[in-house]
Design a protein around this ligand. Sequence first.
Ligand SMILES: *Cc1c(COP(=O)(O)O)cnc(C)c1O
Length: 391
Amino acid sequence: MHLRKSRLLTPGPTPLLPSAVRAMAGADLHHRTRDFRAIYSGVIEDLHYFMGTANGIALFSSSGSGAMEAAISNLFSPGDKTIICSAGKFGERWVQIARAYGLQTVVLEKPYGQSVSVDQVDTALRENPDTQGVFVQATESSTGISHDVQAMARVVGGTDAILVVDAITGLGSSVLEIDVWGLDVVIGGSQKALMIPPGLAYCSVSEKALERAATAVNPYFYFDLRKHIDAGPNGDSPWTPASSLILGLADVLQFIREIGRDHLIQNAQMLARAARQAAQAIGLELFIRDAIPAGAVTAIRAPQGLDSSEIVQGYKDQFESIIANGQGSMKGQIFRFAHLGYFDFHDLFATIAELEIILHRLGVNLDFGAGVKAAQAVYLKGLTDEDGGAP
Ligand SMILES: *Cc1c(COP(=O)(O)O)cnc(C)c1O
C-alpha cells in the first residue's frame, strides 16, 4: 500500500498555486466596491505585464474558447474571408467558430504533429488578397507543436488582415512579443500558465483590430470586447465577474511579477527540453515532425503495439496522476503531459520515473533510469549555464 497524492499533469487545467487557492477563499465581497475595483484594475495592469503589451485587454468570465468566439463575433462580419492555420484540435475549433459566424474559411491544414509554415500563409495571402483575418495557435496543445507566430506576423502585417493568435497555452510558456511582432489579437485562459482553475479568458486587442469592431456586423452581447477593454482599467467589468477567480489571479500575477515573466517562460522551456530528452532516452518517439516543439506540453507516441490509453490509465491507477490522452484520431496513439505554469523539476523527475515504471509493467523493455538521467542532465546543464560556466 502506498499513499498517492493526486496531481494534474495535463495541458489545462494545470497545478494550482497554493497562495492563489487561499486567496480565492476570500470571495465574500461585492464587486462594485472600492476594494474590489482596486483588485480588478490591478489585475488588468498586471495582465499587461504578463502578456507584455500596451494593447487593450478584455477579461471574460468564460473558458478560453469564449475569448476565441469574441474575437470572431466582434471583429468580423458574415462573408469575410479568413485564413485558418489548422494543425490540431484547436485549429479545428477556429474553423468551427468561424463557420458558425458565417465567415469564409481558407483552411491551411497540416497533419497532426506538423505545423503550418509561414510560406503557406504567405502564399494563401497572395492568392486571397481580400483576406480579413488570419487565425493560428501559438501552441497547438493537442499535438505539442508551436507555430512561428513572429514570422507570420511579418507577412500578415503588410496586409489589411489582422492576425488572431490562440495563445491559450502559448502565453507564459513561449516567447510572444505582442507589440514588437505586431500580434493583433492574443488570447489566454486562466487554467493554463496562470495556475488557477478554469473560468477566465483574456485577450489583448490592437487598435488595428479594434477598429474593425466599429463596422463588423456579427451579433454579440455578453462578449463585447470594447466594453470590457474600456471598463477594466477603472476596476469594472460590464457584468458580474468571477470574483473568486479574480482574487486568485491577482495573487498569481504578483507571483509572476516576483519571479519575472521571462523566467516563467524559461522554466517551461527547460522542462520541455528535459521531457523530450527523457522520452527519447527511454526509446520513445516524439509525436512532432519538423516542427518547433511547444514549451507547454510534450506529446509522445505510445510504443508499437501499446495503446496510449494504458499509459494514461497507469498514471491514474499507480500514481493518482492525470495525464492527457491523444484527442480525436490521436486517441490511443499518443499521450501528453504538461510543464507550464506551476510546474517544477520535482514534478518532471517524478513524471519520468513513473513513466519508466508504467512502461515496464506494460511489458516494455527499457533501461531503467535512462529517462530520469536525461532529465537530470538538462537540469544540471541549466545550473551550469546560470552560473556562467562554473561546474
Ligand atoms: C485549452 C485550450 C483552449 C481553450 O479551451 P477551453 O476549454 O475553452 O478553455 C484553446 N486553445 C488551446 C490551444 C488550448 O490549449
